[in-house]
Design a protein around this ligand. Sequence first.
Ligand SMILES: [Fe+2]
Length: 299
Amino acid sequence: MSDFPVAALRSVEIATPHLAGSIEFYTAVWGLDVAAEADGTVYLAATGSDFHVLELTAGDATALRKVSFRARSQEDLHRLFARAREAGCEVLRSPAPSSAPSGGMSFLVREPQGCAIEFVHGDRTKPARVIADRPERLAHVNINSADVDTLSVFYQDVLGFRLSDRSKLMAFLCCNSDHHAIVVAEGPRNGLNHVAFLMPDLESVMRGSGRMIDHGYPIGWGVGRHGPGDNVFAYFVDPTGAVIEYTAEVLQIDDSYIAKGPAYWVWPPGRTDQWGIAPPKSEACKAAQLAIPFAAARA
Ligand SMILES: [Fe+2]
């Protein structure tokens, strides 16, 4: 397997204008647990080994504050910092012991297109459990970009990701055996497209989707099976306008996987998933996928 300095996508931080309501939604409906609360940040855990997968903080409007990755080693953490700085990233916090309850060493930079990215090594983990219908960990973050190829090359050349597939509108990037951890999607402006949470299986995606519907959150797109990555999906808009996805059965790849290009990833007319059953994406979901900006990360 490729020599990836980044071991995994770990977590995201989202600012919400309704912190209490967002906590209630992500615990009672989406399926996360409160892991810790410190300095105005609420850390929410999935059932897997990550201490947390989502940080919620109060803000004037919904925004993506940062995406956090786990570096493979302490040396990789420092190497990533040096490379990010050389590549023109704004340094928001140099490598230092993290003040978050998840601990470890971390640094925070803003990549050239405006998204704050954090790298951590030695953070706390917990025993992993698998619970039907509840997310295990993050699966991927999809970032809107007005210049997809430049950001895709940044992830490859600076952060050591590999391009796993390229469709007309999206670049899929991996840092381990998951087909993608980051997706860069063509958009009119840079920002958050959506955050995907990995469910144990297809049944859990279906049951989780039913739970969302029961609570008044309609499916925005899906249930279906994606082309690149082969994962099943159901998209929703959370109470403050961020798009979130339940996904499962993500394609596992190794170095023998050959990236295919836009000419390969074409659907027959009217089809948006492999099965051909996903109804057209709702207008609300489409709008929400373009509405969430990056916000200043708290150093
Ligand atoms: Fe997705």
